[in-house]
Design a protein around this ligand. Structure first.
Ligand SMILES: Cc1ncc(COP(=O)(O)O)c(C=O)c1O
Length: 404
């Protein structure tokens, strides 16, 4: 009799032994991926309903993106910003035009782009608005998630993200998400920016009340304050539009982008704004060795091209309606509430039945990968290339999981 050797347990044990425990991954060891599907080291296939927290909006190994990356790998991959390279302006112009802004500043990770936005807003406050030195204030939302740097966790309200990492960066004022009156009350002559996620992803895909984002836009315009939209997770087609903030017809002063901008291949982030804002930066004041590198720009330019067609936004809206209808049908059958837009959903599981983590573990056993957040919520964010058949399959697996 032959015994089958499974590789997953050993790979999990090695990862546990050799890495800091800053994540609590599901026990799946991915070896290959294509489109909306991944295959583990033992050959088991899973539908990826997390899509790298929206970094894989175009699916795993999108052929056009992979071709752009391959072509660039054969030419030049890194110059640093000490020189200009031939992919730089193409990407930056494409992204600026997609955003309807004068210019962009490319970085690598999302947190770096958020840090960039904070620095630009502060400098704009001092040099353009006329705020007194060191007095700039930025209004942010409770339950925000903008990344993991020391400044960003300084204004997190999540104890796991924040505790033990002080001393904290001052200059942030936290208001409840969705409370326009609280934003109004928090604005002072020293306010330089309001920084928010148009839909809070990590908090459980929380969509603010209608009129909240439009109200912030009005307040910011009236008080000469920059409105900064962190679209790192919500943007680039995820909600059925290029930017989630478009659902309220709002144009922010600065977009903060990341995740899907790198096509699931390389980390690419950026801020986009008009010259009056981004123009405040002078040489030596900000940067990153890898920011805007040739490989990143070649992939990013291809991402912009994909978004220019509108195909992915349309797909997300159409299939998102199917996803949400399917999830709504589970309310009362193990699901307590569903939120979101497009192919993005926060699903509150009845806590009497199981935790979000347990739901994700059971979904994984049925071949669907998703991620829990905050106790009993699970997040669904499949790649936008997911098929209707795949969607229905995942919904059927969730229904089975909820039966216990
Ligand atoms: C809204 C938002 N902002 C910022 C970040 C941080 O991005 P990164 O992990 O690339 O630093 C994330 C990551 O999940 C995010 O969802």
């Amino acid at each position: 009799m032959t015994t089958v050797e499974f590789r997953t347990p050993e790979a999990l044990a090695d990862a546990e032994r050799w890495t800091a425990h800053n994540y609590h991954p599901l026990p799946v060891v991915v070896a290959e991926a294509e489109g909306a599907w991944v295959t583990d080291v033992d050959g088991v296939r899973y539908l990826d309903f997390l899509a790298g927290y929206s970094a894989l909006n175009f699916g795993h190994r999108h052929p056009g993106l992979i071709a752009a990356a391959h072509a660039q790998l054969d030419r030049v991959t890194l110059t640093s910003r000490a020189f200009v390279h031939d992919q730089f302006a193409t990407f930056c112009r494409g992204l600026a035009e997609l955003c309807g802004k004068d210019m962009v500043l490319p970085m690598n990770t999302g947190a770096e782009a958020v840090e960039t936005a904070i620095k630009v807003a502060r400098k704009w406050g001092y040099r353009v608005k006329g705020v007194a030195d060191e007095q700039a204030e930025i209004i942010v939302a409770a339950d925000n998630f903008h990344g993991r740097t020391t400044t960003i966790v300084s204004f997190s309200t999540d104890p796991d993200a924040r505790a033990d990492f002080g001393p904290y960066t001052p200059g942030f004022v936290v208001v409840p998400f969705g409370d326009l009156e609280a934003v109004r009350a928090a604005i002072t002559p020293n306010t330089v920016a309001v920084l928010m996620e148009p839909i809070q992803g990590e908090a459980g895909v929380l969509v603010p009340p209608a009129g909240f984002l439009a109200g912030i836009r009005e307040l910011c315009t009236d008080h000469n304050v920059l409105m900064i939209a962190d679209e790192i997770q919500s943007g680039l087609g995820r909600t059925g539009k290029t930017f989630a903030i478009e659902h309220e017809g709002v144009v922010p002063d600065m977009y903060v982008l990341g995740k899907a901008l790198g096509g699931g291949i390389v980390p690419v982030s950026a801020v986009a704004a008009d010259r009056a804002v981004l123009g405040v930066l002078k040489p030596g004041e900000h940067g990153s060795t890898f920011g805007g590198n040739p490989l990143a720009c070649a992939v990013g330019a291809e991402v912009v091209k994909l978004l220019e067609t509108g195909e992915f936004q349309e797909r997300s809206a159409r299939l998102g309606a199917r996803l949400h209808a399917g999830l709504e049908a589970l309310i009362g059958q193990g699901v307590v509430a569903v939120r979101g837009r497009g192919l993005w959903a926060g699903v509150d599981i009845d806590p009497v039945l199981m935790t979000g983590r347990q739901a994700c573990e059971r979904l994984a056993q049925r071949g669907v990968l998703a991620k829990d957040t905050h106790g009993s919520t699970i997040r669904l964010a499949p790649p936008l290339v997911v098929t209707e058949e795949d969607l229905d399959h995942a919904l059927a697996q969730l229904a089975e999981v909820l039966k216990g």
